[in-house]
Design a protein around this ligand. Structure first.
Ligand code: HEM
Length: 480
């Protein structure tokens, strides 16, 4: 009898839970009731209970046709703004450039950045993408100031060239390298030096190892079970934050030791608490190395398969080197003279899509175009979709740097926004372009190379080359 009652209780509980789930799903599908007939919820479907349409999005982003998710729905709903259910929440997905621009421009007014919870746990309470309002403006200002032109011209210009040369000296002794891994390591060293005054050493390599676990988690499926990539990343975050705390303490206890880094400046200024400093620095380390290092690898890959562009790059950079005589260090004017390189960089950013899109939550019921975005809904402004649309860029999936020389392709910030826009416009955009230009200059003038494997691009969760782009290197000989 007791067994039967237990069984009945289990069946009853499961039935109630199922009904609850179905009810929630139905409510999500239906959306809120509208009173105003002029504006309406975008069309769409939230897909399966719990997983929504995340799997379709994943399939599309790991395929050769990353716009497929959008194209299928555009055909089905006759709209490039539609409802979906991604990464655990109902979402309005937009591939409409004007809509996306409006969303970016209205950060803090109608919308605010809202990233999935699992990501926020890694970024911390004070990583820039987690904070809003006055604190976001303050921290954004500090980042902009750190990366302003005057600092790039003096500190970064020198530092980047030294680091790239010493890294390439090491590569020259290796038969084959995974360009993706090597670029990751090189840019991480650069950021570690600028932010924490860490030079390659035992301590730096410990931090780098933790950092690898940390970044792997940011781009992994967020399952928090012991041993999972995500759980390891959370642990790595804890240890990294502890290390930054120790460095803050060391800066205070030993002011006589000179460090030319951001951490010291933040500690001396005393404008933000230690807790904020730690999250802020960790976020900069992440944002500053993940994207730029990927862009370097992709640029070399695109050039490898476009001999005409590579030839033009060699001509541009050989001429700059020649004009310097025996003096190899470039200055700001040399950087500014790299006209074709800037086209290659724009095209790499367009095709590479290193910041695929941004997440924003509606602060209130908001009308954009004819659509109503109800308060609390998350918008995914899918920037990749615009970058890869035939309507805006001819032969959109082809690497064609010359398109940026034509008037009609002069960057329009609604059609080309690799660095986002509005109040959260990437403060590292100029640094990223400088790093890329100097890296390309040094790499192309020192080496010729061959790809060792047929590599494929996956865009999920961030773009990467599935085999890490292995290449063999040879020192350049005259006229090569
Ligand atoms: C190719 C390189 C890069 C790309 C494609 C890129 C892309 C982006 C995008 C799309 C955003 C906007 C996110 C949003 O609005 O939600 C962003 C924000 C940000 N980026 Fe970058 N980024 C790059 C390099 C860098 C570098 C080198 C740094 C710093 C050293 C950096 C630091 C930041 C920071 C701190 C933010 C947050 C700004 C805020 O929320 O106020 N990024 N980046």
């Amino acid at each position: 009898m007791a067994d039967q009652i237990s069984l009945l209780l289990v069946v009853f509980t499961v039935a109630v839970a199922l009904l609850h789930l179905i009810h929630r799903w139905w409510n999500i599908q239906r959306g809120p009731k509208m009173s105003n007939k002029e504006v309406h919820l975008p069309p769409g479907s939230t897909g399966w209970p719990l997983i929504g349409e995340t799997f379709s999005y994943y399939r599309s982003m790991t395929s050769n046709h990353p716009r497929k998710f959008i194209d299928d729905r555009e055909k089905r709903y006759d709209s490039d703004i539609f409802i979906s259910h991604l990464f655990g929440g109902r979402t309005v997905v937009s591939a409409d450039p004007q809509f996306n621009k409006f969303v970016l421009q209205n950060e803090g007014r109608f919308f605010q950045a809202q990233y999935p919870k699992a990501l926020k746990a890694l970024i911390g309470n004070y990583g820039l993408l987690s904070v809003h309002g006055d604190l976001q403006r303050k921290l954004h200002g500090i980042a902009v100031n750190l990366l302003r032109f005057e600092r790039l011209k003096v500190d970064f210009m020198e530092e980047i060239q030294n680091l790239v040369h010493s890294t390439l000296d090491r590569w020259a002794d290796m038969k084959e390298i995974s360009l993706q891994n090597e670029c990751h390591q090189m840019v991480l060293n650069l950021m570690a030096k600028q932010l924490l005054d860490l030079s390659p050493s035992k301590e730096t390599s410990d931090i780098c190892e933790l950092f690898v676990d940390y970044t792997n988690a940011v781009i992994a499926i967020p399952i928090k079970i012991p041993g999972s990539t995500y759980a390891k990343g959370l642990k790595a975050r804890e240890l990294l934050i502890k290390k930054i705390y120790e460095m803050i303490k060391e800066r205070r206890n030993h002011p006589e030791v000179v460090h030319n880094d951001l951490l010291t400046k933040l500690v001396e200024e005393g404008l933000i608490s230690d807790e904020i400093i730690c999250d802020f620095i960790l976020f900069l380390l992440f944002a500053g190395h993940e994207t730029s290092s990927r862009a370097m690898t992709f640029a070399i890959k695109f050039l490898t398969y476009c001999p005409k562009a590579l030839k033009q790059m060699k001509e541009e950079h050989d001429a700059i080197l020649k004009s310097k005589g025996g003096h190899k260090k470039l200055d700001w004017d040399d950087y500014k003279s790299m006209a074709f390189t800037q086209c290659v960089i724009n095209e790499t950013l367009r095709l590479g899509n290193f910041g695929p899109g941004v997440f924003r939550e509606a602060e209130e019921d908001t009308k954009v175009k004819d659509c109503l975005i109800p308060k609390g809904w998350v918008v995914f402004a899918f920037l990749t979709a615009t970058h890869l649309h035939e309507k805006f860029h001819n032969e959109a999936l082809t690497f064609n740097p010359w398109r940026w020389q034509l008037d009609k392709d002069i960057p329009d910030d609604s059609l080309f926004s690799p660095f986002g826009g509005g109040a959260r416009l990437c403060p590292g955009s100029h640094l990223a372009k400088l790093e890329l230009s100097l890296f390309l200059h040094i790499f192309i003038t020192r080496f010729s190379w061959e790809a060792r494997a047929d590599d494929r691009t996956s865009y999920f969760p961030l773009p990467y080359l599935t085999k890490g782009f292995p290449i063999s290197l040879h020192g350049r000989v005259e006229n090569e």
